[in-house]
Write a protein that binds this ligand. Structure first.
Ligand code: ADP
Length: 227
């Protein structure tokens, strides 16, 4: 059997809220296979963001292990986790978080420059990604000059700029009107499939979720398949 690109093993995560301990993930197990796109569908407040943050090494779990491409991450140093996060994980959030003073092209170049690519290579790849997202004509525009759907497509291009193994998207179309959401989701799916990435996409949108390879939800702190 193929090795998973991302595995969560018995993940535990609780938050202290005043006198209460809120258990969000309780021995949660999950495996993402290469090339697979999984929709994470669950009501607000159940822990979708927490799961994505733990999976993407942004948050340390209280227990359990995250295994990325065969590498156990629980005992790594902060620097080692940051390196894996930069190289292997792409994030897309509900809000685009683009840098406002830079153009679309520069925003997509940025993670590549941070990773040490030379500017000419970074520019070429950024141009290709923006063209793939049908944003070639918008490359020199700043985020404020782009529509919500265009901003999100730039953010998706940026998330895959360093050719990660896994894309983690947290309600990536949650801020968009239904028609734009459908279009952006299609573009996201096409890019993930085209790049051979695997992805977890948290969404409230059942129609979009149904187009993914698998759907999972959170129940009592565990990840369970939706048949
Ligand atoms: P979702 O993404 O499904 O809306 P979250 O993962 O954001 O859910 O949050 C799950 C629960 O954990 C919520 O009840 C939220 O209030 C709580 N929570 C999230 N982050 C924190 C935090 N840093 N401190 C305390 N409680 C938190």
């Amino acid at each position: 059997m193929a090795q998973s690109v991302l595995e969560l093993k018995a993940i535990e995560r609780s938050y202290i809220q005043g006198p209460n301990t809120l258990t969000i993930l309780d021995k949660a197990d999950f495996a993402l296979m290469p090339g697979e796109i999984v929709a994470l569908v669950a009501p607000s407040g159940t822990g979708k963001s927490t799961l994505l943050h733990v999976a993407g090494l942004l948050e340390q779990p209280d227990g359990g292990d995250v295994i990325i491409n065969g590498q156990s991450c629980s005992t790594l140093s902060d620097d080692e986790r940051t390196a894996i996060r930069r190289n292997e994980i792409g994030f897309v959030y509900q809000f685009h978080h683009l840098l406002p003073e830079f153009t679309a092209l520069e925003n997509v170049m940025m993670p590549q420059l941070i990773a040490g690519l030379n500017p000419a290579e970074a520019k070429e790849r950024a141009e290709q990604l923006l063209a793939y997202m049908k944003l070639g004509a918008r490359a020199e525009h700043r985020p404020a000059e782009l529509s919500g759907g265009e901003q999100q497509r730039v953010a998706i291009a940026r998330a895959v700029a360093n050719a990660p193994l896994v894309l983690l998207a947290d309600e990536p179309t949650g801020n968009l009107d239904p028609a734009t959401a459908g279009y952006v989701f299609e573009a996201l799916e096409a890019l993930v499939r085209h790049s051979g990435l695997a992805g977890i996409i948290a969404t409230h949108n059942e129609d979009l979720a149904k187009r993914m390879d698998r759907r999972v939800t959170l129940s009592q702190g565990r990840v369970v398949e939706i048949p």
